[in-house]
Design a protein. Structure first.
Length: 174
């Protein structure tokens, strides 16, 4: 975690290092923290559902990085979805739009903008350590976060990623 006092943007990396590919977002956080993005705070969290609201409180913008097992893309594909566009994917399991809409309806403060950087995974449970395809995607996801933030950061040699589609992950259920 880095402390960027006054940061208006949060990069919230979700997962659990001990659950195989579920630790992908934490590896993205580590990559970002090696050269912290300007104007953003980077956090790692194992929380889910409505508990994410506490993490997001006080930020105008949030970039959520998470491992997903939608089955729609190959393991290692990195997808960037503005949360507003992801609302149509709720039937596939993305519950964060509902959590934020309910909080907003109750008058709770919520970020004005939320984007999701999703890393497609094959194995979210079991032993620790990332599968090779997901390990290769960590750098791509970190670059996509920096692009969303307008912070170029270290330049990659070569990039490839998938964009679009719905997301599914049990973490998104309250």
């Amino acid at each position: 975690m880095n402390d960027q006092s006054g940061a208006k943007t949060l990069v919230l990396c979700l997962g659990s290092r001990g659950r195989r590919d579920d630790g992908a977002a934490w590896r993205v956080a580590e990559a970002l923290l090696a050269d912290p993005p300007r104007g953003a705070e980077v956090r790692m969290s194992a929380l889910s559902g409505t508990r994410l609201l506490d993490q997001m409180e006080g930020f105008e913008r949030v970039v959520v990085v998470d491992a997903v097992a939608s089955g729609l893309r190959e393991p290692g594909a990195v997808t960037v979805v503005p949360l507003k566009a992801a609302e149509a994917a709720r039937e596939r399991g993305l519950e964060l739009p509902k959590v934020l809409a309910d909080a907003r309806a109750l008058g709770a403060p919520v970020p004005a903008r939320v984007d999701v950087v999703a890393i497609e995974v094959a194995a979210a449970g079991g032993e620790a350590g990332l599968t090779p395809e997901v390990a290769d995607a960590v750098h791509v996801a970190a670059v996509r976060v920096r692009e969303l933030l307008g912070d170029a950061g270290p330049a990659p040699a070569e990039l490839s990623w998938a964009v679009g589609g719905g997301l599914a992950s049990s973490r998104w259920f309250p």
